[in-house]
Write a new protein. Structure first.
Length: 185
């Protein structure tokens, strides 16, 4: 799984007007949700955050959140929600959720199909039924994506199922193993 670093400071001003002033000063309001404790209001440099979030767009990533003046040190978080202005793409607000790195969680992991299926060269049609699968494991053990070579896939075959995917040893497949991911018709 991808890992990135983000620095933040504790936010002391609240409300719509204060949030607008923060955005004008190139700061993005954010909230950190930690299980069992109150949410922590933060502000993050908008340019650095946008650059970091652009790198992880659409991928699972563990964010190492360094909060100035925090006694807990570096916190490991996932991006829960990103609010953006639909016209300017300016970040409006980001929600983080703190996670333990040693406890298994469920993640949707994309499947990348590599190559051109033999059956497509013979006039067949490639049918992709699954673009991602659900895996369970510790966050750092989850792969960024599952790569599958489909060059040997031919017309009339059953297709590739979730059971045919190369899943790491310490990660568990949540989806049904017999589910077809891709086939050539």
């Amino acid at each position: 799984m991808l890992k990135i670093d983000v620095s933040a400071t504790v936010r002391t001003v609240f409300g719509k007007g204060a949030a607008r002033r923060l955005r004008m000063d190139e700061q993005t309001p954010a909230v950190l949700y930690a299980g069992g404790s109150d949410a922590l209001s933060l502000q993050v440099n908008a340019v650095a955050l946008h650059r970091s979030l652009f790198d992880i767009h659409g991928r699972n990533a563990v964010v190492s959140l360094n909060i100035d003046g925090d006694t807990k040190g570096t916190r490991h978080v996932l991006v829960k929600e990103i609010q953006k202005n639909p016209v300017t793409d300016q970040l409006i607000h980001v929600d983080f959720i703190e996670i333990p790195l040693d406890k298994p969680r469920e993640f949707n992991v994309p499947i990348q199909y590599l190559g051109k299926a033999r059956g497509v060269d013979k006039g067949g049609l490639l049918q992709v039924f699954r673009s991602s699968v659900k895996l369970r494991g510790c966050p750092l053990d989850i792969p960024d994506a599952l790569e599958v070579d489909i060059t040997e896939l031919d017309q009339g075959q059953d297709g590739l199922t979730c059971d045919d995917l190369n899943i790491p040893n310490n990660v568990e497949l949540i989806d049904k193993r017999e589910t077809v991911c891709v086939a050539v018709a």
